[in-house]
Design a protein around this ligand. Structure first.
Ligand code: NAD
Length: 295
């Protein structure tokens, strides 16, 4: 049973989730928010990105309904989602989740704007994969309300969320975010220390980078690497295909951020990853990465 009136609402009865960034992750987070019964306002600076998100969310909800995984009327769920380019539209939101590109300066700029827009009791979560949350929180005027909620891709499918309170996060804000992720979004929540990569990416990213390195070094062909890890280790998807799903630009930014924190060579981005990003081969989202998605 979902809490449609959350116990943690701070006297704010407004059940509106704000999502910033309508890319790979933002669109998924918006979808699970709307499926959980909340209204969602999703903001992106790029109108085409908002249009892509609208189509992708409608598609995904339609698939979930027709496969029997979701008992809902597609139009009713879609009617709960508003697409906008104005950050100020998030003013009524008690919970805001940021999912813009993995760039410290860009994220800090957004959080500084939110300082002026949101109620001081609102909780702000960053979906950063690799930037320490304290770095982001310290740049805002209410660091106690900012924490990490790290979702996994594709968000409507993957059950896990890592919750990362920074040294500056109020315990109450962390508890409210956990209740929201669990009861409204239907996620399983684990708590993680505020270190770049948290739990999952600190372990996963060296594995993915080593698959790219193996390809770069000619250890095996692309399909043999992916088939090897699927057939030999029971992975649901090969590592190169997973990199394409994550987005190769995101992989590069995450690797750089993890390396700068840990100075561990297992986080060094292979040249082949950089060349793919230079070429604009960003994975599924651009139609080409290690695989070709143009068809
Ligand atoms: N891709 C993944 O598998 C994955 C998984 C977990 C976490 N993350 C994290 O989620 C965040 C988003 O990643 P993504 O893969 O969805 O990126 P993406 O490139 O697919 O989408 C980012 C979106 O943010 C928009 N944007 C950029 N600056 C903005 C701003 N100032 N205001 C509003 N919108 C803005 C862009 O137009 C774009 O649509 C990153 O921090 C990333 O590390 C990604």
């Amino acid at each position: 049973m979902k809490f449609l009136v959350p116990a943690y609402s701070n006297g704010m009865s407004n059940q509106t989730l704000g999502v910033i960034g309508s890319g790979t992750m933002g669109m998924g987070i918006a979808e699970v928010g709307a499926r959980g019964g909340w209204s969602v306002i999703i903001v992106d600076t790029e109108q085409p990105a908002l249009e892509r998100a609208r189509a992708a969310i409608a598609n995904s909800i339609t698939r979930a309904v027709s496969s029997g995984k979701l008992d809902a009327v597609v139009e009713e769920v879609m009617a709960r989602v508003t697409f906008t380019q104005k950050l100020t539209d998030l003013a009524p939101c008690p919970v805001v989740i940021e999912a813009i590109r993995e760039d410290l300066a860009d994220k800090v700029a957004v959080f500084r704007e939110l300082d002026e827009i949101l109620d001081e009791n609102a909780v702000i979560a960053t979906n950063t994969s690799s930037i320490p949350v304290a770095k982001l929180a310290a740049a805002t005027s209410h660091p106690g309300r900012l924490l990490g909620l790290h979702f996994f891709n594709p968000v409507p499918v993957m059950k896990l969320v890592e919750l990362i309170p920074s040294l500056l996060t109020d315990l109450d804000a962390a508890d409210r975010a956990e209740a929201f992720a669990r009861d409204v979004l239907g996620k399983d929540v684990i708590r993680a220390k505020d270190q770049a990569g948290f739990v999952v990416n600190a372990i996963l990213v060296p594995y993915l980078l080593s698959a790219i390195r193996s390809l770069d070094n000619g250890v095996a062909f692309r399909d043999d690497i992916d088939d090897g890890l699927v057939g030999g280790c029971g992975m649901p998807m090969g590592p190169l295909r997973l990199c394409d799903l994550i987005g190769l630009d995101t992989m590069l930014l995450v690797a750089e951020s993890l390396y700068s924190e840990h100075l561990d060579p297992s986080f060094v981005a292979p040249a082949l990853l950089r060349r793919h990003v230079d070429a604009g081969w960003l994975g599924r989202k651009s139609g080409r990465g290690f695989y070709d998605y143009s068809a």
